[in-house]
Design a protein around this ligand. Structure first.
Ligand SMILES: Cc1cc2nc3c(=O)[nH]c(=O)nc-3n(C[C@H](O)[C@H](O)[C@H](O)COP(=O)(O)OP(=O)(O)OC[C@H]3O[C@@H](n4cnc5c(N)ncnc54)[C@H](O)[C@@H]3O)c2cc1C
Length: 398
């Protein structure tokens, strides 16, 4: 790699990686594990000192359904492995016994769980390490070195200073398409903006309660979210540092007020957890080779790499085209998680945990395969998925 004059101070100190994953949320975890399981040397970079992103540091502790709501599982592979891992040391709520205790009658029960954020973060970290992935915490990705349509390296800042980390292929699992944006590739912003959220945990008399302050735009009938006007009235893009900070400060004030409504802190009353990253749902995504829409419910795609249901309603199932994971403008980078290429309507469906795992797993395998993701033989990727027992066409479901 050749550095320009102003990049001369950059040092490559982290070694030689085949695949570098940016962001250690659910998508990044899935991408890292799947690339490592393809025998690649993988580095997972995360700015926090824990894995899980919104699902753990963001206290979004509901692993939404792996099923279509009509008794059929649609998301498999790491999406299911991580769900099972999340409750392997106990669960907070929503144990789906008809799915997990091998009953064939799933009835109306949806395949979703509520997990403990801190326990899941550590279990995920152990699984990632056991898969052979190196983890670099406390590391902010701040730019990329692009040459033509290739990414040569990403530039990071951490306790070691400012360094460049080269790789054959990269996965942008930052949730905000940060890498694609830094690379100058086309991206798109969620037009409606985010309702700031302040989910937190309160412990009262030994009972741990999740308060979901700040709901999604469309909430399911089971959602017990409380939506104060102060929160819903001010939407933010999630891409402005000052705006994010102000919103988080406002949310802190609101959640403290709500907590104190039940009394001051005592031995039996504790504000047990607040989020350590901003709770943002849809911010920026890649403008990929294909843009999937909500109307494409049950539409087959020749290049599907996985299936997701709709957490908000029963029935819909979507095939995820591989083309939603890359941009025609960049040769060696994929997107995974909440920044894949979908319309604003579809975004609310693919931004959640199961879809992040499904797209992360596919992106990780694709990154392991090749240096030009745009020319990747999708049939080969699909054979890989099938060998791992992952259906990717609706017609393949039982
Ligand atoms: C209020 C709220 C409620 C939600 N409710 C649910 C729910 O009930 N169930 C559900 O399934 N989903 C829910 N979601 C959505 C879901 O939690 C996330 O969208 C999903 O976990 C996305 O995972 P991800 O890996 O794509 O992104 P993220 O979880 O955002 O992970 C991205 C990671 O990348 C890191 N990162 C970002 N930029 C950089 C950088 N430049 N350098 C280094 N690291 C970086 C971040 O620290 C983070 O760890 C909710 C989201 C919100 C905000």
């Amino acid at each position: 790699m050749v550095f320009s004059e102003d990049q001369k101070q950059l040092r490559d100190i982290y070694g030689d990686y085949d695949v570098v994953i940016a962001g250690g949320g659910i998508a990044g975890i899935a991408a890292a594990i799947s690339a490592a399981r393809c025998n690649k040397h993988v580095l997972l970079i995360e700015r926090m000192y824990m894995l899980g992103g919104l699902a753990t540091a963001g206290l979004v502790t509901i692993y939404l359904p792996l099923c279509d709501g009509k008794g059929h599982q649609v998301s498999f592979g790491l999406a299911e492995e991580l769900l099972r891992l999340s409750i392997s040391r106990g669960w907070e709520r929503d144990y789906p016994s008809t799915w997990l205790d091998s009953s064939s009658d799933h009835g109306k029960e949806r395949y979703q769980v509520r997990f403990n954020a801190q326990v899941f973060a550590i279990l995920a970290e152990q699984l990632v390490r056991k898969s052979g992935v190196d983890i670099l915490y406390g590391t902010q990705i701040c730019s990329v070195l692009r040459s033509g349509d290739s990414i040569e390296a990403i530039v990071v800042e951490n306790k070691d200073g400012r360094n460049a980390i080269p790789a054959t292929c990269f996965v942008d699992a930052t949730g905000d398409a940060d890498l694609f944006e830094m690379a100058g590739a086309d991206t798109a912003i969620y037009k409606r903006g985010n309702i700031p959220a302040a989910w937190f945990y309160e412990t009262v008399d030994g009972k741990n309660m999740l308060h979901m302050l700040g709901a999604a735009d469309i909430v399911s009938s089971d959602d017990d979210a409380v939506i104060p006007d102060e929160i819903t009235s001010s939407r933010i893009s999630g891409l402005d540092a000052k705006e994010n900070s102000d919103a988080v400060i406002r949310c802190h004030g609101l959640l403290l007020e709500k907590f104190l409504a039940n009394g001051d802190v005592s031995e039996t009353h504790s504000l047990s957890a607040i989020a350590s990253i901003p709770q943002l749902r849809m911010t920026r995504r890649i403008a990929g080779a294909y843009v999937l829409d909500e109307k494409e419910d049950h539409v087959p795609f020749y290049d599907s790499v996985g299936l997701v249901g709709d957490w908000r309603k029963r029935g819909p199932v979507f095939e995820i085209p591989f083309r939603t994971l890359y941009s025609q403008q960049i040769r060696n980078m994929l997107a995974a998680g909440r920044c894949i290429s979908v319309t604003d309507d579809m975004w609310d469906i693919t931004r959640v945990i199961p879809a992040a795992a499904v797209t992360g797993e596919a992106a990780g395998i694709a990154a392991a395969y090749g240096s030009d993701v745009r020319c990747l033989d999708v049939a080969k990727l699909q054979v890989h998925l099938r060998t791992n027992g992952i259906p990717f066409h609706i017609e393949d479901l039982d």
